[in-house]
Design a binder for this molecule. Structure first.
Ligand SMILES: Cc1cc2nc3c(=O)[nH]c(=O)nc-3n(C[C@H](O)[C@H](O)[C@H](O)COP(=O)(O)O)c2cc1C
Length: 334
């Protein structure tokens, strides 16, 4: 028997396939469907700081930096009343979901500033969430904001959220940190139990006819796996936090690579949105078949086997890889 169990944030999960934050967690019934399909845990879609705190000085401070005015920044946000459900309904939904399913449910908060809104971390815990994922998506546009200043603020936010909680805390990061390992270590020192790598950034597009900057959402493909794969491999064994890989997991090979790099779980959205939650069973079956063929007894056995510290040539994850990749094209040029 192949053993697909894994651990993540102190939870024992029956397999490494976690449904990441997405509209699939907006209804009790769809979470039940995900449980029936075989996912081992579900991360709720995010409750945004902006939904909780329409106006606060702290939010003003962050949003206003580099924007014309706070008022303008706010008008660009979706109508708060119609964007998802309100904060209290969000917490109620978690309670309802917890009553209806047995798999762990991870709440999700998305915000940037310290302030009263982080009390919702406690409310999410009281609603029965098994852990919390904090997404700290932020785009610095102010030429005067130094990376240290931004990172200090994020570490402070994380420490404040952690203080609210008895359940484990994971932080979902963007890939754009100058020195990610050092920042990851700071987050761990602030009490973080898990790191979720990475948030996908949906880059805005410019409509040349209407002269509007438009939001775009393109689902990932397996190529997007490369970025989190490299960083999971680099961080594995170097920080005291579990690692969740998100972005670009679409099939069993992607899951295997994530585990070998050192991830505890993968968090999937695009594949489920594009091809349905039924893909869970197919991916799990593919995993088992591959593990039988290559004589792996368990997921734990392969974890980190291809990490930066385990591979014979760690340079493959570093600058040398870049040079080799460029050189590989030389003989294709006539
Ligand atoms: C439609 C949609 C909604 C999402 N909503 C959230 C969200 O509320 N909070 C969050 O942290 N991530 C959200 N994500 C990001 C996903 O959880 C996931 O991390 C990302 O899509 C990368 O994984 P994938 O390549 O499997 O899609 C969303 C993604 C999509 C496509």
């Amino acid at each position: 028997m192949t053993d697909l169990t894994t651990t993540y944030l102190g939870l024992t999960l029956k397999n490494p396939l976690v449904a990441s934050a997405s509209p699939l967690s907006k209804k009790v019934d769809s979470v039940k469907l995900m449980e029936d399909a075989g996912v081992s845990a579900v991360v709720m879609y995010s409750l945004f700081e902006e939904q909780i705190t329409h106006e606060s000085n702290a939010l003003d401070y962050f949003l206003n930096r580099g924007t014309e005015s706070f008022a303008e920044a706010l008008t660009y946000f979706p109508e708060m009343e119609s964007y998802n459900v309100g904060p209290d309904s969000y917490v109620e939904l978690i309670s309802k979901i917890k009553e209806s399913v047995d798999i762990p449910i991870i709440g999700s908060l998305n915000g940037v500033s310290t302030g009263g809104w982080i009390e919702y971390a406690k409310k999410i815990e009281q609603a029965g969430a098994d852990a919390l994922e904090l997404n700290i998506y932020y785009i610095p546009t102010d030429v005067k904001m130094l990376s240290k200043e931004l990172e200090d603020a994020q570490v402070e936010l994380v420490a404040n959220v952690k203080q609210q909680l008895n359940i484990p805390l994971a932080v979902k990061l963007s890939p754009y940190y100058t020195a990610l390992p050092a920042f990851a270590k700071r987050l761990c020192n602030a009490g973080v139990n898990g790191l979720v790598l990475f948030n996908r950034f949906y880059q805005p597009d410019i409509d040349t006819e209407t002269l509007e900057v438009e939001p775009t959402l393109v689902l990932s493909d397996s190529y997007d796996l490369r970025l989190p794969l490299r960083w999971v491999a680099i961080l594995y064994g170097k920080v005291k936090a579990d690692l969740a890989l998100t972005s670009g997991v679409h099939n069993e090979k992607d899951v295997l690579k994530a585990m070998m790099a050192g991830a505890n779980v993968v968090e999937i959205t695009s594949e489920f949105l594009a091809r349905g939650i039924g893909r869970t069973g197919e991916i799990l079956q593919g995993l088992e078949e591959w593990m039988l063929e290559y004589e792996y007894d368990s997921i734990t056995q392969m974890r980190g086997s291809m990490s930066h510290k385990s591979v014979a040539e760690p340079a493959a994850f570093e600058r040398a890889n870049y040079m080799k990749a460029l050189q590989s094209y030389d003989n294709k040029v006539v």
